[in-house]
Design a protein around this ligand. Structure first.
Ligand code: NAG
Ligand code: NAG
Ligand code: NAG
Ligand code: NAG
Length: 469
């Protein structure tokens, strides 16, 4: 019966090296059992090497008790092991310990017993839970602010986003319960200590469910992460912290859909600049884009209502992040990069017309409009910059499917023009492969499709426009 230890739930924390060892320790089992183990090891590694098709929505990795969608598991091992450049201000393995409080944890003065309710009283919101040290000045100096949102297990992408962006960032964080909240407190502390641009320019907002207090509580003192902090490895650091979540919290996450549209609205409204660039947390902007974009928006004039699309590419985890559009083009030629979702769901970005974007002149430095989207398609889901008067993200959509593209669709019906900018771009790590959707995603997608029919008739009535797409 020893072999039953290999049940999928024991893989929940995706602690691969240790888990692999413990599996091999089971080898004295009978040969049939060995075969079974080898098979499950194989399946496990297959799932690890070919992770489930990633969705565009940063917070959507819903914890599953099956191996198919393990929470907090990095999509790509290579990314885990690729060190970030060591920050100038390095934080050498020390940790904020309660008894020797040399560094206090973030969200120190936040009382989660009260907060702003969402419209359905399902979530409490703490706007501006931690404000970047230079957020006010930075927001005044920049015409664009990046708004993003994340569940706790995906937050490791933020350092690279902040590193490339170098401007104001408004980040909405979801915390299912006390355990996730503790993880967030440690990890945001770590982010602020390790990454100067996070400390200076990132402002965090928190959203917690009404049931927050019914989820397990951990004592802060029991959280010992000594020597686990490493500024070069945010993903590893976060993974170590995520182990504090118990099965009960993970089960709650599995049963409850992630409120990504609530999160997007919170992040958007936390921006103080004229323009907002709403992304998901794993969408990495090209290097120094905020300076280039500020130049462009200083003189940008728009007839009517405009949204400025920043094209998104997926890049092979073995590649180095492209420093310029020309290096991105070189990666595409080598097959190490391609338009986001090209192989998984082409309509996601198709209307952007990458052919035209890639044809534009070489060695561009100044941002300009490459072309206007002429063939808008239903389910088009670009990341765009716009004045934050664009329609809100409808909070009836939660979980997977119809969350972002429904908002873009409303913009289209409302008469927005989509202008594609060059040479700025964004990247997502990992080439996506087409695979069967896990059952939970299919369910959430179907539930949202039904809501979408209602949504569609509402917006046709509101704008007196039915584009018959
Ligand atoms: C607290 O931490 C500081 C700096 O790491 C150290 O010098 C000091 O000895 C510590 N104090 C106690 C009481 O542990
Ligand atoms: C914060 O953003 C401003 C632009 O708004 C930028 O000039 C500054 O370098 C950023 N700070 C850090 C530490 O990256
Ligand atoms: C994209 O642009 C190319 C080059 O201008 C054009 O030939 C093609 O028809 C466009 N594709 C779509 C779908 O509009
Ligand atoms: C772009 O600029 C670089 C360096 O300035 C130069 O070596 C390269 O030939 C240029 N490429 C094109 C296509 O003009």
């Amino acid at each position: 019966m020893l072999c039953l230890v290999c049940k999928p739930t024991s893989l929940l924390h995706c602690d691969y090296p240790a888990k692999r060892k413990s599996m091999f320790r089971l080898l004295p089992c009978s040969s049939i059992k060995i075969l079974l183990i080898m098979l499950s090891v194989n399946i496990f590694w297959l799932v690890r090497v070919y992770p489930p098709a990633h969705n565009t929505n940063a917070g959507q990795s819903v914890p599953q008790l099956k191996a198919e969608a393990m929470p907090g598991c990095p999509q790509n091992l290579e990314v885990v092991n690729k060190p970030l450049p060591l920050p100038k201000y390095s934080f050498e393995g020390a940790l904020p310990v309660k008894n020797n409080n040399t560094i206090s944890l973030t969200f120190d003065n936040i009382d989660l017993r009260y907060g702003r309710w969402d419209s359905q009283q399902m979530y409490k919101i703490k706007d501006f839970a931690v404000v970047g040290d230079q957020y006010a000045e930075s927001s005044e100096a920049s015409l664009i602010c990046l708004a993003t949102q994340s569940s706790v297990e995906r937050l490791y992408s933020l350092p690279q986003v902040a590193e490339n962006w170098r401007g104001p960032l408004s980040v909405a964080l979801f915390s299912a319960g006390n355990e996730e909240y503790i993880v967030l407190r440690y990890f945001v502390t770590y982010l602020r200590l390790c990454f100067p641009n996070v400390k200076a320019n990132a402002t965090f907002h928190i959203l917690v469910p009404r049931e927050f207090d019914n989820l397990p509580t951990v004592q802060m003192d029991t959280v010992n992460i000594k020597n686990k902090y490493n500024c070069q490895y945010p993903e590893r650091t976060l993974k170590a912290l995520l182990k504090f979540r118990t099965a009960k919290t993970l089960e709650w996450r599995q049963k409850n859909t992630y409120p990504q549209n609530h999160m997007r609205n919170v992040a958007r409204k936390g921006c103080q600049s004229k323009y907002v660039f709403l992304t998901d947390v794993d969408i990495i902007p090209s290097i120094n884009s905020v300076v280039q974009l500020n130049h462009f928006f200083k003189t940008a004039r728009c007839e009517g209502s405009c949204a400025y699309v920043i094209p998104t590419f997926e890049i092979d985890v073995r590649a180095t992040f492209p420093r310029t559009k020309d290096t991105l083009i070189a990666l595409i030629k080598k097959g190490l990069a391609r338009p986001f979702h090209e192989k998984v769901f082409i309509y996601n970005q198709y209307a952007t017309n990458f052919t035209r974007w890639l044809l534009s002149k070489r060695n561009e430095t100044a941002v300009s409009v490459s072309h206007t989207v002429t063939n808008f398609e239903f389910l088009y889901e670009p990341f765009y910059i716009a004045i934050d008067k664009v329609p809100v993200h409808d909070e009836r959509f939660t979980g997977y499917g119809f969350t972002r593209n429904s908002q873009v669709y409303e913009m289209y019906v409302a008469g927005y023009k989509f202008l594609v900018l060059s040479p700025v771009f964004t990247c997502h790590w990992g080439l996506q492969r087409k695979q069967a959707r896990p059952a939970w995603r299919e369910q959430q997608n179907n539930a949202n499709r039904k809501k979408f029919d209602v949504f569609k008739s509402e917006i046709f009535a509101r704008y007196k426009n039915d584009p018959h797409l």
